[in-house]
Design a protein around this ligand. Structure first.
Ligand code: TXA
Ligand code: MG
Length: 345
């Protein structure tokens, strides 16, 4: 584990980590969204190692991280012009774009698909590492499969210690949920995963954009287009429900359920806002942020889900948050954590 100032990557540590990647090893590193588990994207053996370390099914494709727009030419022979327009506006940053893959990209990296997902992160440590590794780093989120994505190096350590060679510690990440994914291999372009770059942001550049119907409705709406969205994800170990309605009715319902759980000897947790935290009587109360502050809520969400696990909370009740703008990404992750169980009161 190498700790460093996120704004000023430690040159020696980056060089060592780059060497590990170049010879086929794995390195976890911070990005502005969540920590990634990196391997050389053009080396099939590295991608196999990533799946093994995470315990992730190998048909779930990886995102290739680059540090320069011109490196796209290696990954795709026929780059849609929208990729350049979106790249100019949102790269480096939390946007992943899907396009047809070239021969240089091994099927091990794309989970057997003919398309490749590409992102240029903005985190200085991530950019320095990608350059040092030779330009192409395949990286899923650096959690064990089925656990919430890591927003701190300690989360990576919890999940992957002993399975990877190196963790670069750049402190807590800034955004806290994974990048927006937009598929440009289809017409019109389609959002497969919501993130910090919102639908409105994309529409300013692209005009109208489609959206995978399963994002907010779950698998009841069909099979998700991003293979990874199919798996049970972001899930705490406890049973979790989202309670939606007027604030007072939500608090009444949750407090009544908390009392019932307590009588049955089950430990309870509540995920709420800073403003409402005082209205609950659960065993573990976790305010994610100020009411209406999606950025703060996103930044703390996964850490809180991990805290519930740590404290062995068995029944988790969450307030519902706004789905507008960036709120859509927050609610998408929360809905997944709750297996789309929403109670309206
Ligand atoms: O913010 C992020 O994107 C983070 C950081 C580390 O960059 N990475 C990340 O990777 O979230 P991962 O592997 O946890 O999620 C990648 C998602 C999966 O749902 C996967 O199925 C989807 O992207 N995906 C990757 N390539 C795809 C492709 N060619 N077609 C459709 N979906 C794809
Ligand atoms: Mg992931």
């Amino acid at each position: 584990m190498y700790a460093m100032d996120p704004e000023h990557p430690d040159r020696e540590a980056i060089e060592k980590a780059g060497q590990i990647l170049r010879r086929g090893g794995l390195v976890a590193f911070p990005t502005e969204t969540v920590y990634g588990l990196g391997g050389d994207a053009l080396n099939p053996e590295s991608s196999r190692k990533i799946y093994a370390a995470k315990g992730r099914p190998s048909d779930n494709p990886l995102i290739v991280h680059i540090a320069r727009t011109e490196d796209l030419y290696k990954l795709c022979d026929d780059i849609p012009e929208e990729v350049f327009r979106l790249g100019e506006r949102f790269w480096p940053g939390p946007l992943t774009m899907i396009m047809k893959k070239s021969k240089a990209v091994p099927y091990e990296t794309t989970g057997g698909l003919d398309t490749v997902a590409v992102r240029m992160p903005s985190h200085p440590v991530a950019l320095a590492l990608i350059r040092s590794a030779g330009g192409f780093v395949a990286a899923p989120s650096a959690n064990a499969s089925g656990r919430p994505s890591p927003t701190r190096a300690s989360h990576v350590y919890e999940d992957l210690a002993g399975r990877i060679e190196c963790i670069l510690d750049g402190g807590e990440v800034g955004i806290g949920v994974e990048s927006t994914i937009v598929d440009l291999s289809v017409t019109p372009p389609m959002i497969l995963r919501p993130g910090y770059i919102t639908r409105e942001d994309l529409e300013e550049v692209l005009g109208s954009v489609g959206e995978d119907a399963t994002m907010m409705k779950g698998n009841g709406a069909g099979a998700p287009k991003a293979p990874g969205m199919r798996y049970r994800h972001y899930a705490p170990r406890g049973h979790m429900v989202i309670v939606e309605g007027e604030a007072a009715a939500v608090a009444d319902y949750i407090n009544r359920r908390v009392k019932e759980c307590r009588e049955e000897g089950r430990k309870t947790g509540v995920l709420c806002t800073r403003e409402s935290a005082g209205t609950y009587g659960a065993d573990v109360i976790k305010p994610a942020g100020h009411a209406g502050d999606e950025e703060e809520t996103a930044r703390h969400l996964y850490g809180i889900l991990r805290d519930f696990d740590e404290e062995a909370v068995e029944e988790i009740f969450s307030e519902s948050f706004s789905s507008e703008g960036f709120g859509q990404a927050v609610m998408n992750r929360l809905l997944k954590a709750a297996g789309h169980t929403v109670i309206r009161v």
